[in-house]
Design a protein around this ligand. Sequence first.
Ligand SMILES: *Cc1c(COP(=O)(O)O)cnc(C)c1O
Length: 441
Amino acid sequence: MSPNNSSILSIFPFNTKVNSQGHLVIGGCDATALAQEFGTPLYVLDEFTIRTKCQEFRFEFSKRYPDILVIYAAKAFINPSLANIIKQEGLGMDVVSGGELSIAQSAAFPPEKVYFHGNNKTASELKLALNWGIGRVVVDNLFELDLLNKMAQETNKKQDILLRINPGVDPHTHRFTTTGILDSKFGLPLTTGQAEAAIIRASSASHLSLLGLHFHLGSPISEINPYQVAIELALKFAQKMKAKHGFDLRELSPGGGFAVQYTPRPKIPSVSDYADAIVSKLKYVSDKLNLAHPRCTIEPGRGVLAQAGVALYSIGSIKKIPKVRTYAAVDGGIGDNIRPALYQAKYEAIVANKANQEMTTKVTIAGRYCESGDILVKDVVLPPLSPGDIIAIPASGAYSIPMSSNYNAVPRPAIVMVKDGEPRLVRRRESYQDLISLDIN
Ligand SMILES: *Cc1c(COP(=O)(O)O)cnc(C)c1O
């Protein structure tokens, strides 16, 4: 194996290997054999990596700060089998729709560990949440505050809430995934007085119990400083609200957005780096301001799932444009992973059936969809390619499948969970029949 390949292997699921045939092996399963058995495009999720990541977040945060709840941000990807794993690992879940909530419900997820986020939750979604008895609704705006209070009254419940504040901190990520700056649709700005108005109104709401504050700056955030700046702003705000309105901060969430290695370089902070930065700031500032240490809730999505996932594709047409570029087309693309087109997201790739061969040829991996922007990986160096080769893209566990579409009426991929050399289909491939199953003539 070339040295270059071994550094790429480090961003694949834990224990990914290359066997004596030069085939990539994930969770003990030969990726080439998986592609043959289940077809391509195929998403492979490694159960060991998912569980290890859950444990790492719990361990790194709770050893520094006892009152920690790690909740998994389901929008990175959720289905019943994953919900079960998250439940077994003792994490909570952050949901952003009635749909995600119902998937959690289908897995008998403990409702008290479910947090409901979103900037425009509908009345029917809030009703689902109230009826199930979920742990927290994270209220995004004043409209929602009044709506939820009214609905809680109607269902005769008192709902625990956090307020999502907007601290006005730039996390230096893509503008489409920046959420904590003033000019954002998310959250109650600290600087405009809206956050204070919400504290006053929530404190006197008959059917709401205000437990604390939440912010989420954006993602992925590859710096630790934005979290620290925002924690200080949130705690100073809490102290001011305590003095003015008797507000008691019992819980604070700095959100999610922890970066992952989509490519081996540049190196991003480790979970322990994030934990260190967040916990030390939280302790230091709350002590300085004479505030009791609040419960801290953190919300990793991609941090739990991205590394566990590998996308497998088959190479079809290879188009050489002399002195310009070589396009190698695969059987997937923006329909199953829109991130490169939407966010200019960068990925790596290797050839799963030639993982021990020397990488000598620069190619651009194009998708099969009718869009010129449908490029998965630009200018990657691989062994010489032929049709039928299997391309493996690492760090594909988060925000690929959940953002997938049926564009060009292409059925969506299957998902297989691997563990100890055993593959288990956790979502079957869509069929042509599925494509018209909702339509009425
Ligand atoms: C998207 C989101 C997350 C998770 O973001 P990741 O980058 O997947 O960690 C956490 N909290 C909130 C409120 C979010 O919107």
